[in-house]
Design a protein. Structure first.
Length: 56
Protein backbone atom coordinates (compact mmCIF):
# COMPACT_ATOMS: atom_id res chain seq x y z
CA UNK A 1 0.00 0.00 0.00
CA UNK A 2 2.91 2.31 0.66
CA UNK A 3 4.09 1.96 -2.95
CA UNK A 4 0.58 2.66 -4.27
CA UNK A 5 0.44 5.77 -2.09
CA UNK A 6 3.75 7.00 -3.40
CA UNK A 7 2.63 6.35 -6.96
CA UNK A 8 -0.47 8.45 -6.32
CA UNK A 9 1.66 11.25 -4.95
CA UNK A 10 3.98 11.07 -7.94
CA UNK A 11 1.01 11.26 -10.31
CA UNK A 12 -0.37 14.16 -8.33
CA UNK A 13 2.87 16.04 -8.77
CA UNK A 14 3.49 15.21 -12.43
CA UNK A 15 0.00 15.75 -13.89
CA UNK A 16 0.01 19.56 -13.38
CA UNK A 17 3.26 19.90 -15.32
CA UNK A 18 1.81 17.78 -18.11
CA UNK A 19 -1.39 19.85 -18.11
CA UNK A 20 0.54 23.11 -18.42
CA UNK A 21 2.65 21.76 -21.27
CA UNK A 22 -0.47 20.51 -23.10
CA UNK A 23 -2.23 23.86 -22.62
CA UNK A 24 0.75 25.85 -23.86
CA UNK A 25 1.07 23.66 -26.95
CA UNK A 26 -2.61 24.20 -27.75
CA UNK A 27 -3.78 20.60 -27.30
CA UNK A 28 -6.26 21.43 -24.52
CA UNK A 29 -8.07 24.54 -23.34
CA UNK A 30 -8.35 25.95 -19.84
CA UNK A 31 -11.38 23.82 -18.90
CA UNK A 32 -9.76 20.40 -19.32
CA UNK A 33 -6.58 21.78 -17.77
CA UNK A 34 -8.52 22.73 -14.66
CA UNK A 35 -10.05 19.25 -14.58
CA UNK A 36 -6.60 17.69 -14.75
CA UNK A 37 -5.41 19.90 -11.91
CA UNK A 38 -8.36 18.90 -9.70
CA UNK A 39 -7.71 15.24 -10.54
CA UNK A 40 -4.05 15.63 -9.60
CA UNK A 41 -4.97 17.16 -6.24
CA UNK A 42 -7.24 14.18 -5.58
CA UNK A 43 -4.52 11.71 -6.60
CA UNK A 44 -1.99 13.37 -4.34
CA UNK A 45 -4.38 13.51 -1.38
CA UNK A 46 -5.46 9.90 -1.69
CA UNK A 47 -1.85 8.83 -2.16
CA UNK A 48 -0.81 10.71 0.95
CA UNK A 49 -3.59 9.10 2.98
CA UNK A 50 -2.66 5.62 1.70
CA UNK A 51 1.01 6.14 2.44
CA UNK A 52 0.31 7.57 5.87
CA UNK A 53 -2.01 4.77 6.96
CA UNK A 54 0.02 1.89 5.54
CA UNK A 55 1.98 -0.25 7.91
CA UNK A 56 5.74 -0.25 7.57
Amino acid sequence: MKAVGRLGQFLGLSIPALAVIMELSGRITSGPMLGMLVFSICCFGIGRILEGTSQA
